[in-house]
Design a protein around this ligand. Structure first.
Ligand SMILES: [Mn+2]
Length: 288
């Protein structure tokens, strides 16, 4: 299997700052080689914006349009797209690039809901709206202009690892009928916590995009960024959860986001990310 490692090194419209430094840091530590060793072969690509005045929203959607094309191209070549991104909103572009998958679903690992909208957000952080955009709940005009975009239904979405949900997010998840398994439950039970939810999801979808916000990890074991929290799964548990998803459902693309090397004093989070890439690519290749 060829893994197409696609780098999107942006955070909040800014290139290679804060979490936008994550993709390059993982590449320096051998992410492409690890993917190649696990899957057989790997190629690297990179997405950049050419917005003359790089506003956060304009850049996020410009990157999504370009990423959609790159993901679709990788798929046409029979490759497995693995996106290394600064921001979770990259998922919107990756999902759009999977337009050929009939009933596409999402498994989203994240300590946060990413289900805010412009009307509910208190921080103003666009990335906290990533899953809401994917579900068609906000930024609809901009999303519709991403080639291949379609809203992912709530029943086709499984959110894993939340430790905080703003009231507006919890409400939107409930109204959208999105299944959620919180971080403390993943930490208590590991992959066993997701079995039933995976079975339900498998009835709704033909294949899934797997999204890994690195801050799903417990901050003590693998601190991903400034927003990381204590009560999440261990790196070993996250790998087991990812392997369980791959075993139950075709994973047609994956994204690993929100790693800020500045917060990874010991390098444990980079190690977790690289082991995760290896486990993911190995299990996807084995299933193919
Ligand atoms: Mn996120």
């Amino acid at each position: 299997m060829i893994t197409a490692v696609i780098q999107v090194p942006y955070d909040s419209g800014q290139r290679e700052r804060r979490m936008g430094c994550g993709p390059a840091a993982l590449l320096r530590r051998g992410a492409v080689d690890r993917a190649a060793a696990a899957g057989g072969e790997a190629v690297a690509a990179r997405i950049d914006t050419d917005e003359a005045f790089p506003g956060e929203i304009a850049v996020a959607f410009d990157l999504a349009r370009k990423l959609s094309g790159e993901v679709a191209r990788a798929r046409r070549q029979g490759a497995f797209p693995l996106v290394l991104a600064g921001n979770c909103i990259s998922a919107v572009g990756t999902l759009a690039g999977l337009a050929d998958v009939p009933r596409l679903g999402v498994v989203w690992l994240d300590a946060h809901g990413d289900m805010n909208t412009p009307e509910t957000t208190e921080s103003g952080f666009l990335d906290g709206m990533a899953l809401a955009v994917a579900g068609g709940h906000c930024w609809q005009q901009l999303a519709a202009r991403i080639p291949g975009f379609r809203a992912i239904p709530g029943a086709a979405t499984l959110h894993l690892g939340a430790q905080v949900l703003d009231p507006g997010e919890a409400d939107l998840m409930l109204r959208g009928a999105i299944a959620t398994i919180p971080g403390p439950e993943l930490r208590a039970k590991g992959a066993a916590a997701i079995g039933e939810a995976l079975e339900r999801l498998a009835r709704e979808v033909d294949a899934v995009y797997l999204h890994l916000d690195m801050d799903v990890h417990a901050s003590a074991e693998a601190k991903a960024n400034a927003f990381a929290l204590p009560d999440g799964p261990t790196p070993q548990q996250v790998r087991a959860i990812v392997e369980a998803v791959v075993q139950r459902l075709p994973v047609v693309a994956a994204g690993l986001a929100a790693y800020d090397p500045e917060h990874d004093r010991t390098g444990s989070t980079a190690d977790a990310a690289l082991s995760l890439i290896e486990a993911l690519v190995r299990s996807v290749a084995a299933r193919r």
